[in-house]
Design a protein around this ligand. Structure first.
Ligand SMILES: C[C@@]1(CC(=O)O)C2=NC(=C\c3[nH]c(c(CCC(=O)O)c3CC(=O)O)Cc3[nH]c(c(CC(=O)O)c3CCC(=O)O)/C=C3\N/C(=C\2)[C@@H](CCC(=O)O)[C@]3(C)CC(=O)O)/[C@H]1CCC(=O)O
Ligand SMILES: NC(=O)c1ccc[n+]([C@@H]2O[C@H](COP(=O)([O-])OP(=O)(O)OC[C@H]3O[C@@H](n4cnc5c(N)ncnc54)[C@H](O)[C@@H]3O)[C@@H](O)[C@H]2O)c1
Length: 232
């Protein structure tokens, strides 16, 4: 992959197929389910984790081997409904066959043991609510991508979830009321320098936010917000 193109996909309600039921398949399935995808797993056996997810109806398990014969039995509409396919068996040949079929159907495909065949690969991810930090080494060293993500996890703690919610909520409020686009954009930059994170950490954020929103509702002007943000 010379120039991977990073995107944030909305998979809610879409279908994905994972072929293979081992440890690696389970890791990929968990991230798909977390993203809201409907996942079908095709394999003659499954990890305990996958079995439990199947029992909780979080995923659909098909206890069969992938083969050309299995593929022929599937209806075109069922296959076409699949957005992503992950070939996660321990057989390079089977993974290649899954990849060829997925490409034939125009699906995006990830091959866990042959990155060069993949049309997408998975990054190491840190999630803090709306904040998603994805790190990829482009397949050079997945362990290194993971190491950087763990380091970022230390720098961007749990408080960032609330922080992003605040930035998002207040940004929408400002967009709805302040017509001057340039002034708005300047304010969005300035807001990043306010002492919001220390307030979240100190437990004084909710009170401060209430006051800010009340001040803004009473006098919806840039100057009010600026003065408040700077603690004047
Ligand atoms: C990030 C993460 C996401 C995820 O899987 O969700 C991910 N691998 C993770 C972990 C990990 N993978 C491996 C080890 C063992 C140590 C090592 O080899 O380093 C560890 C470490 C561990 O498990 O701790 C082995 C490995 N991985 C691949 C191969 C095949 C090959 O290279 O040929 C082999 C050799 C198999 C063998 O030879 O036995 C291939 C891929 N792995 C990728 C992603 C894609 C590139 C990502 C990138 O570079 O940006 C890519 C190309 C395709 C893909 O899978 O999408 C996840 C960390 C999640 C987290 O944050 O915890
Ligand atoms: N991409 C990554 O992040 C990564 C990390 C480590 C290892 N790997 C590679 O991933 C592969 C899988 O590793 P694992 O630890 O999950 O292996 P595993 O042996 O635990 O699981 C393999 C699964 O594939 C199933 N399978 C075999 N043939 C099949 C077929 N025809 N149809 C459907 N399912 C079939 C097996 O029944 C089993 O459930 C290995 O090749 C490994 O080298 C990838």
């Amino acid at each position: 992959m010379k120039h991977p193109y990073p995107i944030m996909l909305d998979l809610i309600g879409t279908r994905s197929l994972v072929v293979g039921g081992g440890r690696i398949a389970e890791r990929k399935v968990r991230s798909l389910v977390q993203a809201g995808a409907h996942v079908t797993v095709l394999s003659p056996d499954f990890t305990d984790g996958l079995v439990e997810m199947g029992q909780r109806s979080e995923i659909k398990l098909i206890e069969e081997r992938f083969s050309e014969a299995w593929l022929r039995e599937q209806t075109a509409s069922a296959l076409k409904a699949c957005r992503l396919v992950i070939a996660a068996t321990d057989s390079a040949e089977v993974n290649q066959a899954v990849c060829a079929a997925a490409r034939r159907w125009g699906m995006f495909v990830n091959v866990v043991d042959q990155p060069e065949l993949s049309t997408f690969i998975l990054p190491s991810v840190v999630r803090r609510g709306k904040l998603v930090i994805a790190v990829s080494s482009g397949g050079a060293s997945p362990s290194f991508a993971r190491k950087i993500a763990r380091e970022l996890e230390q720098s961007y703690g749990e408080e960032y979830e609330l922080y992003l919610d605040f930035l998002s909520e207040f940004r929408l409020k400002i967009q709805a009321v302040i017509a001057d686009k340039q002034a708005r954009q300047q304010l969005f930059q300035e807001m990043l320098a306010w002492d919001v994170l220390p307030r979240i950490r100190a437990g004084t954020f909710a009170d401060w936010k209430d006051k800010l929103f009340r001040a803004f509702d009473q006098e919806p002007a840039i100057a009010t917000i600026r003065a408040f943000g700077r603690g004047i």
